[in-house]
Design a protein around this ligand. Sequence first.
Ligand code: FAD
Ligand code: PHB
Length: 388
Amino acid sequence: MRTQVAIVGAGPAGLTLAQLLHVEGIDSVVIENRSREYVEARIRAGVLEQGVVDLLTTAGVGERMTREGLVHEGIELQFAGERHRIDLKRLTGGKTITVYGQTEIVKDLIQARLTSGRPLFFEVDDVRLDGIGTTRPRVLFRHEDAAHELDCDVIAGCDGFHGISRPSIPANALRTFTREYPFGWLGILAQVAPSNEELIYSNHERGFALLTMRSPQISRLYLQCRPDEDIAEWPDERIWEELHARLEVPGWTLAEGPVLEKGITPMRSFVAEPMRHGRLFLAGDAAHIVPPTGAKGLNLAVRDVQLLAEALTAWLRKGSETLLDAYSTSCLRRVWRAEHFSWWMTTMLHKLEDGDPFAVRLQESQLRYVVSSESAATSLAENYVGFD
Ligand code: FAD
Ligand code: PHB
């Protein structure tokens, strides 16, 4: 097999890249090691920056998102038993966010890929990258018991944090930066109308909690927990009890419903530099991870491949390598802004492990500053809605 761009991984990064290249008339082959059913059922992020919504719409995959996505003009921060609204729209000159599940985006992108008639292989095995330091890279893999060799011009490593692309780069050619947090998020999907119109980020003495949603009928809720916590120790009743305690304020109650799904995600910050080695380009979680408190992971993945698609188009169509050469530096500038914002939101909102009273007072002071100073609120808002 031969293609222009071999894309490893059919998550938001890989599938969006495939669609952007298709719009430009550029060939690609996407390979994914999980099944279509698995990829379409995985519950992950839910908040889209306006710029990401616009990009997906321009790429021709925004139809259902426009119909079903929930446009939000603000978020609420809760601490010391009180709620404070951050008016994202007013503070950013009119920008909003859209709540639309990553799962739905992935479904829309897979549908678009199948409609395009271009190749997408699920359940591949034994994926290996070859010749990334040469001008003739190859991807080797197995599919339905047959061995395949895919010759290409470039490889896009969109296979997430645990993929094989990043480890295919010689260790001495990469610098990595990591921060592990001493907590995780226990997330549930519940069949109940969201109890609030907007997201609520709650700093509470029992730990952080977040109320978000997927649709007018489905709520998504998160609780700070230990990273190594066993989900078996969290029967539904215990989860609801904790959510009530951390989210409720006088005059407002949290509605309960059947729990459809639950899981625990550890939290980490991670960046690999540079995001390119020879003919291999990393995008999304393959290159960087943020803790979910800033709602940036999915947005960064889509922004990376926006730049990559532009750069590949300029190279493959006009022979210009300028954008390809700038790819890693351009992405990393945005990535580090999101790394800082996500770390800042995380440390401001979570219960700190050791309960250091000095740190607790600093957190309170920071939260009061954010909700009382127009400048501080604007800083949070412009980071949250994303930079263009
Ligand atoms: P992924 O979505 O990870 O896609 C990579 C794809 O590559 C996967 O489909 C994988 O199966 C495939 N793959 C892996 N290895 C191979 C291989 N060897 N060969 C072929 N294919 C391979 N962000 C938020 O903002 N809010 C959240 O609530 C949130 N929750 C999350 C929960 C979890 C459990 C995880 C892991 C992430 C969460 N994120 C969240 C982050 C966000 O979902 C990611 O940033 C986003 O999925 C990144 O997209 P991606 O395409 O780069 O990577
Ligand atoms: C979500 O809807 O899953 C979500 C929203 C905001 C976050 C993280 C996750 O910060």
